[in-house]
Design a protein around this ligand. Structure first.
Ligand code: PLA
Length: 461
């Protein structure tokens, strides 16, 4: 019998590397033997024949198919749907009135400036990222006149957008903070519990936040749960535009939360993924955070430029840790470097360079705030349009929460069955908890959505 050969030009079987030879012999062994192999079949090789390769058991054979991500998986399903009228209201990504993704003009301008600058290199950034970007990011969220910044007691490191900032902050706390219990709101962004658990904060608990009956804040439940948390526990707080509910505490409620948390030494970990998106004003949307900084206490802050500057895929964000003194902040920063270096060494250069270019130039900064306000206003006007459309149809139920909630999302109150029905019958995609991204709506698809909601609530009660 002619020896099973390797592919042309790879030499005689004797010259094959021994591992490959053993593998080919294993393949021969596993295949049903044929006494008279044709020239064609005998020249088949492991590399050129997927059917033969697939008969060797994979070392990963026992691996289970993982479920899609509850949010990003909606886009995967949407992309597979051939229907031309499909609507994606899943992931929180801004769309124009024409349904197109948006790159801000000011971002394009900053990128052009960077490209035209021949002095720019592609050298590695330091482990902590672009120093200028870090300073400007802290100023943006805490305010230029923040005592913590003036007293040099903020450690800021550039991270991979909001998610990376949460992860680095979580790992830092797991290594250096005495309390590993972290409280997150019920409900919250679905990635929060996973990020913290994998960062090493294994005891993730929920505090009551949303009351489905009122479609508003369960303030009493929130105070009770934080009131009975162990002293020193970490508390994840959405700085503004709570995801998925669109429900934020009032300033008065924030003040009560602050007092309670400080009285029990609960450590605030703010997640600011939507600064400027809730109200259209960067300062207004940072008020909750600034109240906690003003009292001189410590906190963590995860910032993202994905939404407010439309930098989604560039992965631009920052983690700031506000400390009691400059000395502590400097030691904290040294330890953050030890978290980051073995994880991804140093962060990317392009995104933060764009952001820093915009933040440091007063005229470009102004242009950004105008574009940001236009995005926020468009979302707010979609709330009104959807509310009016449901009212016009006489859709059963009180839909006033659509106009009361703020930020990128409306937590509709639709059941998972109603959500599935709308996907099946109307090709409208949203997360199964009934959250819709208001930024995906426009004058053209609002009536389609209103028809779908009307049908869902009248047919599936
Ligand atoms: N924190 C909150 C509260 C978020 O809603 C998101 C993004 C992030 C952090 C992470 O953002 P970043 O890493 O891109 O900066 N939430 C989105 C996207 C918009 C997502 O799930 O990744 C959402 O649709 O909920």
């Amino acid at each position: 019998m002619a020896p099973a050969n390797v592919h042309p030009g790879s030499g005689s079987p004797q010259q094959q590397p021994s591992a490959e030879r053993r593998l080919n012999s294993l393949v021969r062994h596993l295949l049903p033997s044929s006494p008279r192999r044709t020239a064609e079949s005998s020249s088949a090789t492991l590399e050129s024949s997927p059917t033969m390769a697939s008969q060797v058991a994979s070392v990963f054979a026992g691996i289970a198919q993982a479920p899609e991500d509850p949010i990003l998986g909606v886009t995967v399903a949407f992309n597979k749907d051939p229907n031309p009228n499909k609507v994606n209201l899943g992931v929180g990504a801004y769309r124009t009135e024409e349904g197109k993704p948006l790159v801000l003009n000011v971002v394009r301008r900053a990128e052009q400036m960077l490209i035209n600058d021949p002095t720019r290199y592609k050298e590695y950034l330091p482990i902590t990222g672009l120093a200028e970007f870090n300073k400007l990011s802290a100023k943006l969220i805490f305010g230029a006149d923040s005592p913590a910044i003036l007293e040099n007691r903020v450690a800021t490191v550039q991270c991979l957008s909001g998610t990376g900032s949460l992860r680095v902050g979580g790992e830092f706390l797991a290594r250096h903070y005495h309390e590993h219990t972290v409280y997150i709101p019920q409900p919250t962004w679905g990635n929060h519990p996973k990020v913290f658990t994998l960062a090493g904060l294994k005891d993730v608990r929920y505090y009551r936040y949303y009351d489905p009956a009122t479609r508003g804040l369960d303030f009493k439940g929130l105070l009770e749960d934080l009131g009975s948390a162990p002293n020193g526990a970490i508390v994840l707080i959405h700085a503004c535009a709570h995801n998925p509910t669109g429900v934020d505490p009032t300033l008065d409620q924030w003040e009560q939360i602050r007092q309670l948390m400080r009285s029990k030494s609960l450590l605030p970990f703010f997640d600011s993924a939507y600064q400027g998106f809730a109200s259209g004003s960067l300062d207004k949307d940072a008020q909750s955070v600034r109240m906690f900084v003003a009292d001189g206490g410590e906190l963590l802050m995860a910032q993202s430029y994905a939404k407010n500057m439309g930098m989604y895929g560039e992965r631009v964000g920052a983690l700031s840790i506000v400390c009691r003194s400059a000395d502590v902040a400097s030691r904290v920063e040294s330890q953050l470097k030890l978290v980051i270096r073995p994880m991804y060494s140093s962060p990317p250069l392009h995104g933060p360079s764009v952001v820093a270019t915009i933040l440091k130039d007063s005229e470009m900064f102004k242009e950004w705030t105008v574009e940001l306000k236009a995005m926020a206003d468009r979302i707010i006007s979609m709330r009104q349009q959807l509310f009016d459309a449901l009212k016009a149809r006489g859709t059963p139920g009180d839909w006033s929460h659509i106009i009361k909630q703020i930020g990128m999302f409306t937590f509709t109150g639709l059941t998972s069955e109603q959500v599935a029905f709308m996907r099946q019958e109307y090709h409208i995609y949203m997360t199964s908890d009934g959250r819709i991204s208001m930024a995906g709506l426009n004058a053209k698809n609002v009536p389609i959505l209103a028809d779908a909601i009307h049908a869902a609530v009248t047919q599936l009660k």
